[in-house]
Design a protein around this ligand. Sequence first.
Ligand code: ZN
Length: 308
Amino acid sequence: MRVGVLLYPDPVTLTAPPRLLLVHAHPDDETLTTGGTIARYAAHGVHVTVVTCTLGEEGEVIPEGLRGLAVDAADQLGGYRVGELRSACAALGVADHRFLGGLGRWRDSGMAGTGANAHPRALVAGDLDEQVAALETIVREVRPQVVVTYDANGGYGHPDHIRAHQITTEVVSRVPDIDRFFHTVASQGAAATGVRALSELPDLPFRLPEPGELAVVPDEIITTAVDVSEHLPAKLSALRAHATQVSVWQSGNGSDSYAASYALSNGIAQPVLGREFYVLAAGEATGVETDLFGGLFDGRDADAQGTR
Ligand SMILES: [Zn+2]
């Protein structure tokens, strides 16, 4: 018997509600790399927890009127970005957000080789064991079946992203009952297709990336492509919430997903794609092609209630 209000057609076989936990380095990373995925699973009733490791204090500020917040001025950017992150989480449907070690415990370490790396509260200067313990406490409380963070290179080499990978990998190795561990990645093929589409738009206000300028991985290593096309409005709203870090552009009526683009402070156009990509780092691979939870629930996908 199917009851319309239930999320799952047959709750009897469901031993635990699906829970997804994502570990990110700075406010905006949750949206830039996994925003569509978060919005999709949250909309389908999955309990989504986002853990952010720092406040992003070292970010460059795009809007002229907010530059006084920056690290070389008032150094108030971190507190301001807490508000941006809150708005982004609301847009994505995240009800459970945590800062690693509590709000303000660890600071944005800045780009590799900068003086910010040595700040006493910098994430990379912090005690790895303390950071692992802080995340382990959250993971044991939330008990996610699926955990997501960056690959060993942190996606693009930022020291805080690499540290987030190290912390999360250690916690996943310690905590039983995590079914799958994924790395969020960008697809070389999908990025190329998206950039080609952007190159045909006459009004694009950002410059197109040079070959090799976007951080991508070869498509052969990608295990999972999550269709987020229906959740791009939420992702775009969340991108707009991070106004100090991200400029968002949409052409015409915004109905075509390829007619949306964003740029960070470097002004390089990035496509907003209808799929987000992952590499399975640990766990059962069967059923993983299009769904992080695929096959985990006794053959039922976590979002198999019909509307995709
Ligand atoms: Zn980041």
